[in-house]
Design a protein around this ligand. Structure first.
Ligand code: KG4
Ligand code: ZN
Length: 346
């Protein structure tokens, strides 16, 4: 049976709506994918302010849903269902999305489905590349960092994750320390391009410990110390030193993630998957140095490497519509998981 589903996402600082159509046996189609970011609203505060985010979501949700319908050329009643992020995330935004979705479902009689935001990210490689279960997934963004074996629509095994900061957060903080623009990932990567990754010997946290857990806060502190030493020696931060420091930091993050990916792949490959695959998602997966290293690790293990297009790796509602389709198809009852939850591990 073909399914056309509206997805709604408002759990962090992006207000998003999208429509995905899935016809069994065919490649699913993204009919529209509208994302309204709130970056500018929070820029002055150095981070996402929950109250500002909640108000902006409440104001913009109607608009993004209208835009998604218009872009797809569909009326709400032509759809087969609605899926909404019901957690984890900032509770004000999640509630705004769930309330809107409930209203739309009540007005139309369409079935409604709550979706875990992380499941949205984790199921995206099936939307973009048709991956078969089980596959290994690395989520790396400003808010997440974890290795998951995705065994089924609602079946995840977490192999490890960060015990403090997410890597994107570390990139953003390092950019702030070095007076580079936000978001830090792209500016640190650009600055690192001309730097020497071997110039500063920064720590590789938790590599000496078994397992797939990661830590990034010590690395950030090490960058702070190196910066202070440079500033003290030169009464400022010379451009070449800044490039070396960025390159050294990026190399440390890459080394740690690549080694933990090697271990996660070993655990995953022991399950003898029929079509082994390693997928990455999240904004940090845009980093070319990291991506090349992870690709190499996947090739060594004999797994296919999959990186969905960036617009589907970062927060969006197409992944929520898709996760809704997967859950409807798996027989999860309508109106499941509609309680808004700030915390909701997979
Ligand atoms: O997935 P995302 O858009 O949002 C969430 O965090 O949920 O990820 C944003 C994060 C930011 O911290 C940003 O600095 C980081 O991804 N990022 C990068 C790169 N592009 C974005 N980090 C490293 N290298 C990049 N090229
Ligand atoms: Zn996310």
């Amino acid at each position: 049976m073909p399914l056309t589903v509206l997805g709604i996402e408002s759990s962090c600082d992006d207000t998003a709506a999208a429509i995905v159509r899935d016809v069994e046996g065919q490649t699913p189609q993204i009919l529209s994918n509208v994302v309204m970011g709130q970056g500018a609203l929070h820029a002055a505060y150095g981070g996402v302010v929950p109250e500002i985010a909640a108000r902006a979501h409440a104001e913009k949700l109607d608009l993004v849903v209208e835009a998604a319908l218009a872009e797809a050329g569909l009326e709400l009643r032509a759809l087969d269902g609605i899926a909404v992020t019901s957690g984890p995330g900032l509770i004000g935004g999640v509630l705004a999305g769930v309330m809107l979705a409930r209203g739309l479902a009540a007005a139309t009689g369409l079935p409604l489905m709550g979706v875990n935001h992380l499941a949205g990210h984790a199921l995206t490689p099936r939307l973009t590349d048709g991956l078969a279960f089980p596959y290994l997934m690395l989520l790396v963004s400003g808010g997440h960092c974890q290795f998951l074996v995705v065994r089924g629509v609602d079946d995840y095994v977490r192999l490890g994750g960060t015990i403090d900061d997410a890597p994107g957060e570390a990139f953003d903080k390092v950019a702030r320390l070095l007076a580079l623009p936000q978001p830090g990932g792209p500016s640190v990567e650009a600055t690192a391009a001309t730097g020497d990754p071997a110039r500063f010997s920064l720590p590789r946290p938790l590599l000496d410990r078994p397992g797939c857990d990661l830590s990034f806060s010590g690395l950030k502190t090490a960058v702070l110390r190196a910066r202070d030493a440079l500033v003290a020696a030169h009464a400022g931060l010379p451009r070449a030193d800044r490039a070396d420091l960025c390159a050294s930091f990026q190399a440390a993050v890459t080394d740690v993630l690549a080694e933990k990916a090697r271990r996660a792949l070993a655990t995953y490959m022991a399950l003898a998957p029929a079509q082994p695959a390693f997928a990455v998602a999240g904004g940090v997966a845009a980093n070319q140095t990291l991506r090349a290293a992870l690709e190499g690790v996947a090739a060594q293990a004999g797994a296919r490497f999959v990186a969905p297009p960036l617009a589907l790796c970062t927060d969006n509602a197409a992944m929520i519509a898709w996760a809704g389709i997967e859950r409807f198809r798996a027989g999860v009852p309508r109106d499941a998981d509609l309680v808004a939850r700030p915390r909701w591990p997979l």
